[in-house]
Design a protein around this ligand. Structure first.
Ligand SMILES: Cc1cc2nc3c(=O)[nH]c(=O)nc-3n(C[C@H](O)[C@H](O)[C@H](O)COP(=O)(O)O)c2cc1C
Length: 185
């Protein structure tokens, strides 16, 4: 049976490093695992609670893909010590209306990156905090925070072996984690 992971994040920047990491994660996925990247955040309007019960089609699709997935992978850069607004916006849509939270009980892993030395760790912790409220099951270990990401990607590809190994290892752990969670929910 194929394990289905939905991956999202990145930034809107053409040469976004975090988007490259999402693509690399697809290649590094363990056997029998498929990572589908949802890349339509630029079509998602700002969240408006008036429309939460009848959201735009792109949001319905996003929610549906999360619900049907076995696990979620989020790759986030750090913007001003937190996650970019458009990622938070998409999460807000997908978590609503009350009682229809797409993330409910989902196993989930986070990769953060930044051009700085802390690898987006502050963004990652902020994201983890929101995901607790959403009743997800975030993978605790291994933590993947990628510092100096601009030095590890060249011509749209990850060139740092250690980073690739860490991502591959994390994906293996995410698959094991999702199998454990599936048995209990
Ligand atoms: C608006 C903005 C705020 C940023 N704030 C931080 C920050 O707080 N900490 C950090 O380490 N890097 C920060 N950066 C640098 C980003 O982590 C870096 O540009 C990263 O590569 C952006 O992700 P991307 O390559 O996917 O676009 C910031 C960049 C932008 C554009």
């Amino acid at each position: 049976m194929t394990i289905k992971i939905i991956g999202f994040g990145g930034s809107f920047r053409k040469e976004s490093f975090s988007k490259v990491l999402l693509k690399e994660a697809q290649k590094l996925a363990p056997k029998n695992t498929e990572i589908e990247v949802f890349d339509r955040f630029n079509e998602i309007p700002l969240f408006n609670q008036d429309n939460e019960s009848n959201p735009p089609a792109v949001v319905k699709e996003f929610k549906d893909k999360i619900k049907k997935s076995d696990a979620v992978l989020i790759v986030t850069p750090e913007y001003n010590y937190s996650i970019p607004g458009f990622i938070k916006n998409a999460i807000d849509w997908a978590s609503r209306p009350y009682g229809d939270n797409s993330f409910e009980e989902k196993p989930l892993a986070i990769i953060s990156c930044s051009t700085g030395m802390l690898g987006g760790s502050r963004a990652q912790y902020h994201l983890r905090q929101a995901l607790v409220f959403l009743n997800t099951h975030p993978l605790n270990k291994p933590e993947v925070m990628i510092p100096f990401v601009d030095k590890k990607i060249k011509d749209g590809a990850l060139t740092d072996k250690d980073t690739a190994d860490r991502i591959a290892n994390m994906l293996e752990e995410l698959v094991k984690w999702s199998e454990r969670i599936k048995k209990t929910v």
